[in-house]
Design a protein around this ligand. Structure first.
Ligand code: NAP
Ligand code: GDD
Length: 339
């Protein structure tokens, strides 16, 4: 039986990847860190399912703690490691930049070094990101586009990307960087903009909140569906040679578009009024203000536009996105309202 180890298993991608690998017949091990609260909501469905939970194991460890990583990798003996653990919030990385560097940069080195010592044949997936491109002068970004990170998060991820390449080239290790563009789902963390919008709409509908406070409405992202993006991580590790791959939809929408589409799902048409910090989103029928701008959510540095070219992944991995923007919003809203 194939054995995989996932760091970041409690997060959005880690939980979908666990579902995917269990379905493929893998034994799945995951790292969880100590917490005073209970961050395993995304894994509950696995833990209570007797058919699959016999192949599912959680280990207390932390990617900033080398000994714990060493212990888990030595005990578990994985053939594949998916390093998804991260302080993954770009805005938060401006508030905790040094911590972000420890988790998002140095931890990848820790994992690679431990693998090199225990069994350099273990294949490693590193969660790189479209944030690496920064405000690129290319209208569409692919594996050849140069990086120009603009946040502590993306600078840390740039280290993870390069250290992976260095060990690949210097020691022949199988390490691949997945350059994934934004991907969302009902399991997205509550402070990321898409989930904040869908959850906010539910609160408004239930009369528990009057409006949603947002930052920059005009930034544009290439938004895909997390559930289908995790398959690409697995495909990258099934190749003969390690390489780096862009995973994206090739379509771009703004935060404003997301707000409009999500409200449309509950039959509310949003009209926009005012400018800058005074701009508001109004219910076109009732004239109630449903969206306001809060400067707290503006970033010291904003990445304005991302659009990914996934043609290498399509050609080599045979991967392409099926769920596009409108379908993604529908999946998130549908789930939000039945939860
Ligand atoms: P996420 O939901 O924020 O999950 C992050 C995971 O990392 C959580 O399981 C978290 O555990 C864990 N973690 C954080 N610090 C840790 C530490 N010190 N030790 C062990 N585990 C730690 O992120 P995601 O959206 O699933 O993304 C997965 C990966 O892909 C991340 O590396 C992210 O940077 C990258 N990425 C994401 C996107 C995207 O659009 N989602 C795009 C490109 C790249 P807790 O539950 O305990 O907090
Ligand atoms: N989080 C958040 N909250 N973002 C907001 C808000 C708000 O209230 N209002 C506007 N935005 C804008 C942000 O300024 C940004 O331009 C855009 O919405 C998306 O923000 P996030 O959802 O936080 O995602 P991100 O693009 O910064 O980062 C995500 O994608 C990266 C890949 O490009 C994260 O998942 C990263 O981990 C990932 O690497």
């Amino acid at each position: 039986m194939k054995v995989a180890l996932i760091t970041g298993i409690t997060g959005q991608d880690g939980s979908y990847l666990a579902d995917f690998l269990l379905e493929k017949g893998y034994k799945v091990h995951g790292l969880r860190r100590y917490s005073s609260t209970n961050p395993i909501k995304n894994l509950q469905h696995i833990l209570i399912n007797k058919k699959i939970n016999k192949n599912f194991f959680l280990h207390y460890a932390d990617v900033t703690d080398t000994d714990s990583i060493f212990r888990v990798i030595k005990d578990v003996k994985p053939i594949e490691i998916y390093n998804l653990a991260a302080q993954s919030h770009v805005h938060a990385s401006f508030q905790v930049p040094e911590y972000t560097a420890q988790v998002d940069a140095v931890s990848q080195l820790r994992i690679i070094e431990v693998v090199k010592q225990i069994n350099p044949k273990i294949k490693i997936y590193q969660a790189a990101t479209s944030e690496l491109y920064g405000n690129s002068n290319k209208k569409i970004q692919n594996e050849m586009t140069s990086f120009a990170p603009i946040s502590p998060y993306s600078v840390a991820k740039l280290y993870g990307y390069h250290i992976s390449k260095v060990y690949r080239e210097a020691y022949g290790m199988f390490i691949t960087n997945g350059i994934l563009f934004n991907h969302e789902s009902p399991r997205r963390g509550p402070t990321f903009v898409t989930k904040k919008i869908t959850a906010g709409i539910k609160q408004i509908i239930n009369g528990k909140q009057t409006h949603i406070k947002l930052g920059n409405l005009n930034s544009k992202r290439d938004w895909g569906y997390a559930k289908e993006y995790v398959e690409s991580m697995w495909l990258m590790l099934q190749q003969k040679k390690p390489s780096d791959f862009v995973i994206a939809t090739g379509q771009v929408y703004s935060v404003r578009n997301f707000v409009e589409e999500a409200f449309k799902y509950v039959n509310i048409k949003i009209k926009w009024k005012g400018k800058g910090l005074k701009e508001v989103g109004i219910n076109s029928k009732s004239n109630k203000v449903l969206v306001k701008i809060d400067p707290y959510f503006l970033r010291p540095n904003e990445l304005h536009y991302l659009k990914g070219d996934y043609s290498k992944s399509k050609k080599i991995l045979g991967w392409k996105p099926k769920v596009k923007f409108k379908e993604l919003v529908k999946i998130m809203m549908e789930n939000e309202l039945i939860e």
